[in-house]
Ligand binder design. Structure first.
Ligand SMILES: [Zn+2]
Length: 270
């Protein structure tokens, strides 16, 4: 229900402004077998349509590698624990990578390579960056030496979305507001790669009965479990202050400024 509501919003933002609606399979991480097909079927079942091609991140490694060649990066050998316990440089903001591996000598790097595979980090020259969000306005957030490629060789999500958005001509990004704090890093990275950052719309999340982000364990949370499109679409519409049995019905009254700013607690769960 959380994904469907955000997808419906993304579709409404796109279609109400004459944009294409693009879909991308973000499968750099572990993939649940069958999940992609079910998610696409659910989107189609609630009446969302999208323009081809359907892009899969798992097939785009060459593009990510080409982008990284244009960036100033360095190898990082830190474990998660080392990052949490490392002393920070005096001007490093809270939550930022402390810079442990930023200035290793070639000899120090060679020594560490023998014990641990390296992740790749961006050598950032800013500590904050501002983005424009339709719902949040001007939002400034932390930028640090973010991971570009993990030490298992997986491309970082922050890099992949920036490269893909630029390649697909994405100029508007609509997604859950749990990702708002990532937007400044991504917009900064886009700028470094010579791309104009997109306009963002970070929309409120759907919550479960405990007030935490909606999860499978909360019960009837999928399209099928809640009774299908005939039940779910009016429910989603009402949660957005809209009316209609199809996404097209909701387009006329759709107005970003009128959207609820609070998370939506999914009803009917205990
Ligand atoms: Zn490090």
């Amino acid at each position: 229900m959380g994904n469907l509501r955000t997808a419906l919003l993304a579709w409404l933002f796109a279609r109400s402004t004459g944009r294409d609606f693009l879909l991308r399979i973000e499968d750099l991480d572990r993939v649940v077998p069958g999940a992609q097909a079910r998610q696409l079927a659910d989107l189609a079942a609630i009446g969302l349509d999208w323009e081809p091609p359907l892009v899969r991140q798992s097939e785009r490694g060459a593009r990510y590698a080409a982008a990284v060649a244009d960036l100033d990066t360095y190898e990082c050998f830190c474990t998660r624990r080392e990052i949490l316990t490392a002393p920070s440089a005096p001007h490093t903001p809270d939550g930022a990578y402390p810079g442990t591996c930023r200035n290793l000598t070639p000899a120090e790097r060679a020594e560490r390579r023998a014990t641990r595979p390296a992740a790749l980090r961006l050598r950032a020259t800013e500590s904050a960056f501002a983005v424009h969000d339709v719902l949040y306005g001007e939002y400034t957030g932390l930028v640090d030496d973010l991971v570009i490629r993990r030490n298992d060789g997986t491309w970082a999500y922050n890099l992949a979305v920036v490269v893909d958005d630029a390649a697909q001509g994405v100029d508007q990004v609509v997604r859950g507001d749990d990702l708002l704090s990532s937007a400044p890093r991504q917009a900064y990275l886009a700028t470094l790669l010579g791309h104009r950052p997109p306009l963002y719309a970070h929309v409120p999340m759907v919550l479960g009965p405990s007030g935490a982000r909606l999860a499978k364990r909360d019960g009837a949370v999928t399209l099928a479990e809640r009774g299908g499109p005939g039940v779910v679409l009016p429910e989603l519409a009402a949660s957005l202050g809209l009316l209609g049995d199809t996404p097209r019905d909701m387009l006329d009254a759709f107005e970003p400024a009128a959207l609820p700013r609070e998370p939506w607690r999914l009803p009917g769960l205990t």
